[in-house]
Design a protein around this ligand. Structure first.
Ligand code: 13P
Ligand code: 13P
Ligand code: MG
Ligand code: MG
Length: 365
């Protein structure tokens, strides 16, 4: 059975500030998707949130980039924005950069990760969602999952993974893509994906079978809007078990609270803290950035689950480390490298402030 899994997300209003989603907004999204399921457009769905981002997880047979599915998501975000406006939530409609739907949500503000595949006898799926960070945050975790034998022992001892994986990398500034084969091209791969604000792992494929293994959202709000409107807060889908890394191998990279860009006003580096859905409430300095993960087994496209994977106690150390790193970084206040480098700031919030002082700069002798 060919199934498409679409994860489409948007921040359409925060409660309180940018720290959480309001239950009425989630209820409205649930109502819309239940209707679409009743009408047969969706096989199944799960509505959730990561911080102030509304997450629509949907299975269907309309393939990727389906106008019908994107329209459903867009309409749901518009309806939920109405709820957010009524409650006067913060930044109602924040990520909806257009007044009109144009056949796809791509380029309109929401983030999208989609993949189509033949459902396996046991189809294990992990969906990662982040808040207070940028697209590109998945680069290091995806590298570790699919190319690092110190993370994924399956690359070494499982014969069905030994041939490695192919990484599709997007240059979001020049609008180009390139593919690299791991393991033999990992140095070439790392030159690019080590700079995640520009080069992002869009998808990963199994080398031998060509099967899709992972897909991520690479939409950058600031590039779309030409100014800072909020962070991308990306999502990522990973297939697991069998010819793909085991669940524990997929989750293992998040034991490192890696430094990502985002946090307060989207303008800082901070540790990515793995948390249960209920704890995706970035509060301290609007953070630190959070990552959540839901696991499902698919059965005829039905989402059996979710299991909240980061609720597990084995991530307590990573959370404590993230808090310790947060303490350390916060003491740098407005200084780099806590604050983002100049190049990033020039793209976002700095020009407005700098413009005011333009006339005060005088030439050096
Ligand atoms: P089980 O024997 O419990 O299925 O585990 C196999 C495995 O791949 C663990 O990572
Ligand atoms: P969001 O992108 O999650 O809305 O956060 C924006 C922000 O400015 C937080 O300080
Ligand atoms: Mg917000
Ligand atoms: Mg957000």
């Amino acid at each position: 059975m060919t199934i498409t899994l679409s994860v489409i997300k948007a921040d359409i209003g925060g409660y309180v500030g940018h720290s959480e989603s309001h239950p009425d907004v989630l209820a409205k999204a649930d109502e819309n998707l239940a209707k679409a399921k009743g009408e047969g457009l969706l096989i199944d769905y799960h509505v959730t949130k990561c911080g102030d981002d509304l997450q629509l997880i949907m299975t269907h047979q309309q393939a990727e980039d389906s106008e019908k599915i994107h329209k459903l998501a867009w309409g749901t975000f518009v309806d939920c924005t109405q709820v957010a406006k009524k409650l006067k939530l913060h930044g109602a409609g924040q990520d909806l950069l257009s007044d009109a739907f144009t056949g796809t949500v791509k380029g309109l503000g929401p983030g999208v990760a989609e993949m189509e595949f033949e459902e396996r006898a046991a189809e294990t799926i992990i969906i990662f969602m982040a808040d207070k960070t940028s697209a590109g945050a998945w680069n290091m975790p995806l590298y570790k999952i699919f190319a690092d034998p110190f993370n994924t022992i399956g690359l070494v001892i499982a014969s069905n993974m030994h041939s490695g994986f192919t990484f599709e990398v997007h240059d979001v500034k020049e609008h180009k893509k390139i593919t690299f084969n791991a393991p033999e091209e990992i140095y070439d791969l790392l030159v690019f994906i080590g700079a995640p604000s520009r080069y992002m792992v869009k998808a990963v494929y199994h080398r031998e079978t060509g099967e899709i293994a992972a897909a991520s959202s690479t939409q950058r709000l600031s590039l779309m809007a030409g100014r800072y409107v909020g962070k991308d807060d990306p999502v990522c889908i990973v297939r697991s078990q069998g010819q793909f890394p085991a669940v524990g191998e997929v989750l293992e990279p998040f034991t490192l609270p890696l430094l990502v860009e985002g946090w307060m006003r989207g303008s800082h580096h901070g540790p990515l803290m793995p948390v249960a859905i209920v704890d995706s409430t970035p509060t301290r300095f609007d953070g630190p950035p959070r990552v959540t993960s839901l696991g499902f087994q698919l059965s005829g496209g039905k989402l059996v689950g979710p299991r909240d994977m980061f609720a597990d106690k084995s991530f307590d150390n990573a959370r404590q480390q993230a808090s310790d790193i947060a303490d350390f970084l916060r003491r740098h206040g407005p200084f780099e490298p806590h604050r983002l480098p100049l190049e990033e700031m020039e793209y976002t919030t700095m020009p407005q402030v700098a413009r005011k002082l333009e006339g005060r700069f005088i030439d050096l002798d």
